[in-house]
Write a protein that binds this ligand. Structure first.
Ligand code: AMP
Length: 428
């Protein structure tokens, strides 16, 4: 089977590696910059902008791709699934209309609201910054200010955490309209990802990501510094009731999308805040999370290529999807100065004795074989173990062995951090 993988980050390396565990699968790849991990797995590589729909469709046809797996959100917004579909190539990824769940925050909230879905925070959509500013001035409480469109996870400002009221007002004004304001949710975040074939949804293990740049959840927001999952595929601060509710919310989204004429096919990513009142939706993404893809795909024990066929046919069932009962810890290494002033071009060396899985991201391999940092996240190690401690030890052992101008968060996946999460949940 020939499958095109679109995207060149750690997430797409994990997708490519999982697909290639089926010896009869051949992958080809489209990416903006050559990811050395994906390039080593792919039969053919085409370098172009990931939103260049015409170029991607041309390459897919020439390479004889039978299916395409879309990693990032930008090509979904550009309509890659619609274009590949018209060329007879089914995709793992939603159409442009269905991807609005992620690409248009106003659409997402209004869809939940109009269909009375559980878990929707209080929100207001504004198309004029003056109106948004007036609302913030008159609101007694903390708000979250979000641009309506895609921002790579870095567009949100939280009052009471990152900015004060004056800062929130200045930020809303700078967005020039098209703003969503939401109540600030307090709690612990978790990620629930699922395979969706338009109608059936099959969940994957819960994961917790870490957005903040520095240890102890401090510093600016990033694309994600690392993540962990537990051997039972749940998280200790998410009760069975909370989990069931979060899953039901995801299922009702899929049902609404089907009913309203934009059936959802691909990976549905739910980011939830577990509050004192139960799970609330922070956002949906129309693709795997990066890093969360690396946690779950490293555990997938069934055949991802078969899952791709099932999703395309609309015949996916829970029996097609299984995961090893292990913990995972993913630690991302990032370049010096990341995220605000990242420095590119620094050479790094990897340890020869790493026990963890390695996923390359934004790193260049020079003609002489040297690895050079770029401006985005460099590479990730995923430790797998019977326990969280064991998984963390192997991720840490590998990450700490990398030399050069990169850094990572050594607290991710530690028992101490997990205990803090559990205590925080109890305090709410
Ligand atoms: P997003 O770009 O929607 O993923 O948001 C980035 C981060 O902002 C999330 O990971 C949350 O930590 C935080 N966030 C977003 N919306 C809210 C909210 N309504 N209340 C509290 N935190 C939020």
């Amino acid at each position: 089977m020939k499958i095109l993988v679109v995207g060149g980050g750690g997430r797409e390396h994990a997708i490519a590696a999982a697909l290639c565990r089926n010896a009869t699968t051949e992958i080809c790849s489209v990416m903006a910059k050559k990811n050395p991990g994906i390039a080593a797995l792919a039969k053919k590589v085409h370098l172009c902008r990931e939103t260049d729909v015409k170029s991607i469709v041309g390459f897919a046809k020439e390479a004889g791709a039978e299916y395409a797996f879309i990693g990032p959100e930008a090509p979904l917004e550009a309509g890659i699934v619609d274009a590949l579909g018209s060329a007879g190539i089914p995709c793992i990824g939603p159409t442009k209309a269905a991807a609005r769940l992620e690409t248009d925050k106003a659409f997402c909230r209004q869809m939940m609201d109009m269909n009375n879905l559980d878990g929707c925070p209080l929100y207001r959509v504004f198309h004029s910054s003056d109106d948004a500013v007036r609302f913030i001035e008159g609101y007694d409480g903390d708000l979250v200010v979000k641009p309506i469109g895609l921002t790579g996870g870095k567009g949100v400002r939280i009052m009471g955490e990152q900015v004060d009221r004056a800062g929130a007002i200045a930020y809303a004004r700078s967005l020039k309209g098209d703003v969503v304001l939401e109540e600030r949710l307090l709690g612990e975040e978790f990620t629930l990802q699922a395979f969706v074939d338009g109608n059936h949804l099959v969940p994957m293990p819960l994961v917790q990501d870490h957005k903040r740049a520095f240890e102890g959840d401090t510093g600016p927001n990033t694309g994600g510094m690392g993540s962990y999952s537990m051997p039972d595929h749940k998280l200790p601060f998410v009760s069975k009731k909370d989990y069931t509710r979060a899953l039901a919310i995801m299922q009702s989204v899929v049902a609404v999308m089907e009913r309203t004429g934009s059936p959802y096919q691909g990976i549905l990513y739910g980011q939830f805040m577990n509050t004192a009142e139960g799970p609330r939706v922070i956002e949906f993404n129309a693709r795997f999370g990066d890093p969360e893809a690396m946690n779950v795909l490293s555990l997938l024990s069934s055949d991802l290529s078969e899952i791709v066929c099932r999703i395309a046919e609309g015949s996916l069932a829970a029996s097609h999807v299984s995961f090893k009962s292990r913990a995972t810890v993913c630690k991302y290494l990032v370049p010096k100065g990341y995220p605000d002033t990242p420095h590119a071009g620094d050479p790094i060396m990897l340890p020869a004795d790493a026990r963890a899985l390695l996923y390359y991201a934004n790193v260049e391999k020079s003609a002489s074989g040297a690895l050079l940092t770029q401006t985005s996240r460099t590479l990730a190690y995923v430790g797998i173990g019977e326990t969280l401690e064991e998984a963390e030890r192997s991720a840490e052992q590998a990450a700490s062995g990398v030399t050069g101008e990169v850094r990572y968060r050594s607290d991710i996946g530690t028992r101490a951090l997990l205990d803090r999460r559990i205590a925080h949940m109890k305090e709410l």
